[in-house]
Design a binder for this molecule. Structure first.
Ligand code: GRF
Length: 208
């Protein structure tokens, strides 16, 4: 059984996709043991509680400085001894000590086809605004391992989404979630939990 901690900051629709996958059996060998948010008002915390999953808030506001917050976040992740940490819309820089401790055991979902529209400043609607401004005809989502960079870790899975001429950032964001994020994050998790994902020289191989 893969013990998973999910870190969230907002609405939690990606968390919900994972919860639903576990409940309906399309995601096997996974137990979400804790949900952590930096935002006490994150609806994602409600989603966790509704699913009977422990949900806690670790907010930077409650700590004197970044180092103290980083230590607290690392402590709360360690407390449940997860095999994998999933970042599902977590808008906080991951502490270096966490990345080191959970090397190749942290994954993130990003709402573009990395390496496009990613890195510092590319989050939420900004990603889709940039895609529309550039005039790309195809965008999508990416699940990747987290390394010390921002959206620079080895790619596990990607799914394309066609851009429509009448798209707004909001309509595009919604379709990327529905047609890509909510599919590839649970799918990736299921593959990892069932030993189907390997990596060599930062190249990820997936065996179905
Ligand atoms: C998603 O678009 C995800 O790709 C990005 O942040 C958003 C989180 O949405 N990292 P939700 O909280 O999962 O609904």
């Amino acid at each position: 059984m893969l013990k998973v901690v999910v870190c969230v900051s907002g609405g939690g629709t990606n968390l919900q996709a994972v919860i639903d996958g576990v409940q309906k059996g399309s995601v096997t060998n996974v137990e979400i043991v804790r949900v952590i948010s930096n935002n006490k008002n994150a609806y994602a915390l409600e989603r966790a509680k509704n699913a009977g999953i422990e949900a806690i808030c670790v907010s930077p506001r409650d700590y004197a400085g970044r180092e103290q917050f980083n230590e607290a976040l690392t402590r709360e992740v360690d407390a449940v001894s997860p095999d994998l940490v999933v970042l599902a819309g977590f808008l906080v820089m991951i502490p270096p000590q966490l990345i080191k401790k959970y090397e190749n055991r942290i994954i993130n979902i990003h709402p573009s086809l990395i390496p496009s529209f990613c890195g510092t400043g590319f989050y939420g609607l900004k990603v889709h605004e940039a895609a529309l401004a550039r005039g790309v005809k195809v965008t999508g989502a990416t699940v990747h391992f987290v390394d010390e960079g921002m959206d620079t870790g080895p790619i596990i899975m990607q799914k394309p989404v066609m851009v429509r001429d009448d798209d707004t950032p909001e309509t595009l964001q919604r379709r990327v979630m529905e047609e890509a994020e909510w599919i590839i994050l649970p799918w990736s998790l299921n593959l990892i939990a069932n030993g189907k994902v390997t990596m060599e020289n930062r190249q990820v191989r997936v065996s179905e």
